[in-house]
Design a protein around this ligand. Structure first.
Ligand code: ZN
Length: 186
């Protein structure tokens, strides 16, 4: 498999994420650095169907089939990863001033959709203090990996019921760990 790159510019991000295969290798390497895990049972015996970009857990339980979106803020979104990942990339790397018009022009989604995506991605990145997550990232990552049970009890309660950052939202923060990339729109 090709080495997973972190795009350095928006143009690069859009080109890179226009391939769903790239989306899958990029996001799965961030989400499951130790190998793909079933979001329901945590099992690692999974088979990948390259035609549908979905995995199936080898154990018998409901929701055996899952995609990268399963269990993340993107789960209920009809918008594809090819649009989401560049937007998440933008928000994580260009914290000041990305406008919905820029996203609209760059990705081709409507400006209204772009606005919604930015809202959602920004919320995902907002810590309790309105700043960056840093310390929250590990917990959040566990959460999206379906392992809330491994979290510290208070943390978990906060994540699930509290007003802290929505654990599910942290996929964006996870993506942020992809490396030190500077923001270059264009
Ligand atoms: Zn499973």
């Amino acid at each position: 498999m090709d080495e997973v790159k972190t795009p350095a510019t928006l143009r690069e991000a859009i080109a890179y994420f226009s391939s769903l295969d790239n989306c899958v290798s990029y996001m799965s390497s961030k989400r499951w650095p130790g190998g793909v895990e079933c979001p329901v049972c945590g099992g690692t015996k999974v088979t990948y169907d390259a035609k549908t970009w979905r995995w199936q857990c080898s154990k018998t339980h409901p929701k055996r089939k899952f995609s990268l979106k399963t269990g993340t803020i993107l789960e209920d979104s009809p918008i594809g990863l090819d649009k989401w990942l560049p937007v998440i990339w933008l928000v994580t790397n260009c914290k000041n001033g990305v406008s919905s018009w820029e996203v609209h022009r760059a990705t081709g989604v409507t400006q209204k959709t772009a606005w919604f995506m930015l809202q959602r991605a920004r919320l995902a990145l907002q810590g309790k203090n309105g700043g960056k997550l840093s310390g929250e990232i590990e917990a959040g990552e566990s959460f999206i990996g379906g392992k809330a049970r491994f979290m510290h009890k208070h943390k978990r309660a906060e994540k699930i019921h509290g007003r802290g950052p929505d654990g599910k939202a942290i996929v964006a923060a996870v993506l942020e760990r992809g490396g030190e990339v500077r923001c270059k729109v264009g």
